[in-house]
Design a protein around this ligand. Structure first.
Ligand SMILES: [Fe+2]
Ligand SMILES: [Fe+2]
Length: 168
């Protein structure tokens, strides 16, 4: 997440965020809704909504991390690492919010609205492609074409900052 000088518009769900993986898309749509509630929250409701967003994001990232582990990614691959770093930042915001600094939570919410489409359209899109290529069913964990997974553990993620690719 990089600081911005201008206040961005609230992130809205759109076709540009759809990755044709219904389980992932449903969670992403919930994330966008929860984030919008945070952005629009009055001060008195900001921290409970921020905590709800963090809990949802933890589950969201845990599921993607699990799909990665099930389909040949190394534990410390850059997509999983980015999840970890983002959650740490959100929890820092939560702690500072409870210390009375609501402005930092609002700034993080704005930055999250910029970060999320980038993440979804690079790392998550690449993961969805990888899962489809291996015939992985995120609902059941069934892997239809394990032979399409690479021999070596995957460290890359397909993100713009990552030279490696997640694809077999
Ligand atoms: Fe995601
Ligand atoms: Fe992700």
């Amino acid at each position: 997440m990089t600081p911005t000088l201008t206040a961005p518009a609230t992130l809205a769900w759109s076709d540009a965020l759809v990755l044709d993986m219904p389980v992932m898309d449903a969670v992403h749509e919930e994330f966008v809704e929860l984030l919008a509630r945070v952005v629009q929250a009055p001060d008195g409701e900001l921290l409970p909504l921020w905590s709800a967003l963090i809990a949802h994001t933890q589950e969201h990232f845990d599921r993607e991390d699990q799909w990665m582990r099930a389909t040949g990614f190394a534990a410390g691959n850059c997509h999983a690492t980015q999840h970890k770093v983002v959650l740490q930042v959100l929890r820092e915001g939560e702690a500072r919010g409870h210390g009375g600094d609501l402005a930092v939570v609002r700034q993080m919410a704005d930055e999250l609205g910029i970060w999320f489409p980038q993440h979804a359209q690079s790392m998550d899109a690449s993961l969805a492609l990888h899962l489809r290529s291996a015939g992985y069913d995120p609902e059941t964990g069934a892997l239809a074409q394990p032979e399409r997974l690479p021999q070596a553990a995957i460290h890359g993620c397909g993100g713009a900052t990552c030279a490696d690719t997640a694809l077999a």
